[in-house]
Design a protein around this ligand. Structure first.
Ligand SMILES: [Zn+2]
Length: 253
């Protein structure tokens, strides 16, 4: 199994990351993609991947920090992207829930990072909150990139719009919540070659661990819920997702 999106540089992992990654290995998690939120956390993520062979990295600026994208920051991301364990640009995106930078700033930062990913031929990991339509329209005006929508949060009706644009959809612990019928219906609809699973740790622990700090080992609960929704054995889903991640993230994965 793999975890396609986490934040291992988060303060909440500062004291026990070795134990967290040991538990992930014991649970059968062979790869974790940790995502930057700004230049500093992207740099820390690269250093962390150097020390932990199961960790791969996406470098980027999160919509909450969109105002931090300067020419210098973009240059720093471009140079970090050359590192052997960097497999993507992220976490990038648009968040219209009211907790992020002003929309115009977010759009400029998103555009610049999608263009960087296209230039470097790297996939993107995209944060979409209350912004599905906006992100799809932005992508239509930008160079085509591959990548995944992380922590998919729309219903089954939006699946096709992302698939047609060549993107993968990644489901997090939210798909395990009792009331998430729409998410499970969406997870059942995604073509087998486009589905990914993730924790978004330390956020959004799956149902049995809800409210706790999330960690990569907990992704097993998400595999179980999505396997049930799709009517396939967990071992088959794990094989599918592992194959998809390797195909999406390329030779450095
Ligand atoms: Zn995230």
């Amino acid at each position: 199994m793999i975890d396609a999106h986490a934040h291992l540089t988060d303060e909440r992992f500062r004291t026990d990351l070795d134990a967290v990654l040991a538990r992930a290995a014991t649970a059968g998690i062979t790869r974790v993609l940790t995502c930057g939120e700004d230049v500093a956390s992207s740099e820390r993520a690269v250093a962390l991947a150097d020390a932990h062979p199961a960790v791969r990295v996406a470098v980027g600026i999160h919509p909450h920090r969109a105002a931090e994208l300067t020419e210098h920051a973009l240059g720093r991301l471009r140079s970090l992207a050359g590192h052997a364990r960097v497999v993507g640009i992220g976490e990038i995106g648009i968040d219209l829930s009211g907790r992020s930078a002003p929309r115009a700033v977010q759009e400029d930062t998103f555009r610049a990072q999608v263009e960087l990913a296209a230039e470097l031929d790297l996939p993107v990991t995209i944060h979409v909150r209350e912004s599905g339509e906006v992100v799809r329209e932005l992508l239509d005006r930008l160079p085509r990139v591959r990548g995944h929508i992380h922590c998919y949060s729309e219903g089954p009706e939006a699946v096709d719009g992302w698939i047609r644009r060549g993107l993968h959809l990644s489901f997090a612990g939210t798909v395990t919540f009792p009331r998430s019928m729409g998410l499970r219906a969406a997870a059942a609809l995604v073509p087998a070659d486009r589905i990914l699973l993730e924790t978004d740790a330390p956020y959004l622990a799956p149902q049995p661990k809800r409210g706790q700090r999330n960690e990569p080992a907990f992704v097993t609960d998400t595999y179980a819920a999505v396997a049930e929704a799709r009517g396939v054995p967990v071992v088959d889903l794990a094989g599918t997702v592992g194959h998809n991640a390797a195909a999406l993230f390329g030779g450095r994965w």
